[in-house]
Ligand binder design. Structure first.
Ligand SMILES: C[S@@+](CC[C@H](N)C(=O)[O-])C[C@H]1O[C@@H](n2cnc3c(N)ncnc32)[C@H](O)[C@@H]1O
Length: 263
């Protein structure tokens, strides 16, 4: 896999325990948690359209890449973190046919859409459960799951290092971690164009199509404030994960990080 993110600053400041997810600056966790609950409860029913726009139409392509990278076996009990309307969980069900999937999210309105898809047959015969869970304080026993998936979740969490430690805790030894997230294009020209697009076009275009400009302004800001590929890899290592790797998609606009809890 390619590990070609920009080199981090020479003396990175230690990560704050809690940040404002729109700026990356230290802040009380309630600021981001309340904002994120409000945004996702409000857009839940139109989220899938929002997602297609916010991933620049590439969501399915990146999700297919995520499935190729994810080490998930038919006997596995899988937890999907920040599962939203269930797209990752249903895709895992189709692609990997695991023994069980626990689809979790902070916002019940998002999971209601997932439950509605499920009642129409999504996920096929793979056993699935849906539960409201804050990934920063996961209410499950340690070493419960064989594999963990998460797409576009960690960027929205103010206590990111704590969330990653919680994900590490609930994985069994040897368990796999797969995370899809917006990231930082290593090429400066592509990065400049992308940041221009994020700042000026995404709020306008997204707002026009969904009527929710604020959600897209937040999206743009949170993407720019999120650690780059190498910095996020370092956060995974700090949480205890090993074999941390990533693969860039669309020139690094998105990246899938994979890691493992040691045996
Ligand atoms: C952009 S959506 C991604 C949903 C889904 N993974 C997908 O790929 O479509 C981000 C999700 O993260 C959830 N979220 C934000 N903070 C969370 C937290 N602390 N714990 C669990 N879920 C959280 C939101 O409620 C929202 O459903």
């Amino acid at each position: 896999m390619e590990n070609n993110a920009p080199t981090p600053p020479e003396s990175p400041r230690p990560a704050a325990a809690s940040i404002d997810t729109a700026t990356g600056q230290e802040a009380a966790p309630e600021l981001s948690s309340e904002r994120v609950k409000h945004i996702f409860a409000t857009i839940a029913k139109k989220y899938e359209r929002f997602n297609a726009i916010s991933s620049f139409g590439s969501y399915k392509l990146w999700l297919a890449g995520m499935m190729k990278q994810a080490d998930i076996q038919p006997t596995d009990d899988v937890i999907d973190i920040a599962g939203g309307t269930g797209d990752v969980a249903f895709t895992v069900a189709r692609a990997k046919h695991p023994a069980h999937i626990q689809c979790t999210d902070l916002v019940d309105e998002m999971l209601d859409v997932a439950r509605a898809h499920r009642s129409c047959g999504a996920g096929g015969d793979v056993p699935m459960d849906f539960e409201v869970v804050d990934a920063q304080e996961i209410p499950y026993e340690s070493e419960s799951y064989d594999a963990l998936t998460m797409a576009y979740g960690i960027r929205n969490m103010p206590k990111r290092q704590q969330a990653l430690s919680e994900m590490y805790r609930v994985l069994k030894p040897g368990g796999s971690f797969t995370c899809l997230e917006f990231s930082t294009p290593p090429n400066p020209v592509w990065r400049g164009l992308y940041h221009f697009y994020l700042k000026h076009l995404i709020p306008f275009w997204g707002g026009l199509i969904t009527g929710d400009r604020d959600g897209f302004v937040y999206l743009s800001r949170s993407i720019k404030a999120f650690p780059d590929q190498r910095q996020f890899a370092a956060m995974l290592e700090e949480a205890g994960f090993t074999d941390v790797q990533w693969k860039n998609y669309t020139g690094g606009i998105a990246a899938v990080h994979t890691a493992r809890k040691p045996q």
